[in-house]
Design a protein around this ligand. Structure first.
Ligand code: SF4
Length: 369
């Protein structure tokens, strides 16, 4: 078990913001061309050395390392960087975009370089829904080709879906597709209204519960794992749901399936706690959706910023949560999305505005006219 005050579970490096897609909800507001200010190959190597150092200090396991973008395939040195990461012994994932750069031979090279898992974003059960998100015809077919090719050559995949009002009613069909292409993990992202993300696509708090119920039900019938990003309150949903099921049926439940397998492996992980994001310019953010910089890997040690910066320490301290989240009995396993609190209220310590839960001992502040 990692001590999240010392080491993250996951380090994500946005190697570039360049991408040939123009997705309606893009976190990075990506552009086709690369920035001249991206970290260089040498700076990338140094960053990877720092990630390795997390694991070395006190015998902690090394974090999982993810190359993301933009589209990582826009960088010609991507394969060298992947090889270096693998040589250091880091479990290495890559999240390419579904563009013509994502060919069968590019996927073969990922496998040859030692990539642990390739993540592909699919935001609908069919081409009409997905391609409307991605704003590029043919993108859905390319995703399915990539996932099936990886399956054929024995490269593990992660299937990623951003949940919005556009696709929330397609989750059963999308889950069937995840099973069909043999992905090991279905990772559901919940919108943070930032970048190109559109406020009208965001779910309200009641819709979150609806989606959680659907995810939980799906988790009981599938063999792949399901995890959420920026919906930490799914963990609270699972606990409450299981309590209710135990009341209804006192017989012990041997296995609740994928729901808790992942939810509790990642219990307590949130922005800045178990998670760190390095931007294409080297800025160290608590998450890709919370663009507050605590340092820059060009001048600062990533390990030092993660462990000792005031921002990361405040984000990790459950006693500093405000509103409902501060009073909530689930603060240690959930704590709410700090990115969403910041995007919607301007205060990263505020309660998560998309949670319906009323903590048992919480009395909201009276509103004065
Ligand atoms: S009130 Fe906050 S800490 Fe409690 S379940 Fe909701 S989001 Fe999580």
């Amino acid at each position: 078990m990692l001590d999240f005050s010392q080491s993250p579970l996951l380090v994500i490096w946005e190697v570039t913001q360049a991408c040939d897609l123009a997705c309606v909800h893009c976190r990075a507001s990506a552009m086709p061309g690369r920035s001249s200010d991206e970290l260089s190959t040498e700076e990338g190597y140094r960053l990877l050395d720092q990630v390795k150092a997390f694991g070395e200090a006190k015998g902690f396991g090394s974090p999982l390392f993810v190359f993301t973008g933009g589209d990582p395939l826009k960088r010609p040195d991507l394969y060298e960087l992947i090889r270096y990461s693998v040589k250091l012994g880091l479990r290495t994932n890559v999240t390419p975009s579904s563009t013509p750069l994502l060919t069968a031979s590019a996927i073969d090279r990922f496998k040859e370089c030692g990539v642990t898992r390739m993540a592909i974003s699919v935001d609908g059960a069919d081409a009409v829904t997905h391609d409307a998100f991605r704003q590029v015809p043919g993108s859905f077919d390319r995703c399915v080709m990539a996932l099936k090719h990886a399956q054929k050559i024995g490269l593990d995949t992660q299937f990623q879906t951003t949940v919005t009002r556009r696709n929330m009613h397609q989750l059963d069909r999308i889950a069937d597709l995840v099973g069909e292409v043999g992905s090991k993990m279905w990772s559901l992202f919940f919108l943070i209204v930032t970048g190109r993300a559109l406020a009208g696509d965001d779910l309200d708090a009641a819709q979150y519960e609806e989606v959680f119920a659907k995810m939980y039900d799906i988790s009981q019938r599938v063999s792949f794992d399901i995890k959420t990003t920026e919906a930490m309150h799914y963990r609270r949903y699972i606990i409450e749901r299981q309590k209710a099921e135990r009341r209804a049926d006192e017989a012990p439940h041997a296995d609740h399936g994928a729901a808790e397998r992942v939810a509790f492996r990642t219990a307590g992980v949130s922005d800045g706690r178990g998670f760190v994001f390095v931007s294409h310019k080297g800025e160290v953010f608590p998450s890709g959706f919370l663009a507050l910089s605590a340092g820059n890997v060009r001048r600062d040690s990533l390990v030092d910023v993660y462990r000792n910066s005031q921002l990361f320490q405040m984000l990790r301290d459950p006693h500093l949560r405000e509103g409902k989240c501060g009073a909530c009995e689930y603060v240690h396993v959930c704590g709410g999305s700090r990115s969403r609190a910041y995007a919607l209220t301007g205060d990263y310590l505020a309660e998560d505005p998309r949670c319906v839960y009323q903590p048992k001992h919480y009395a909201p502040e009276p509103v004065h006219a």
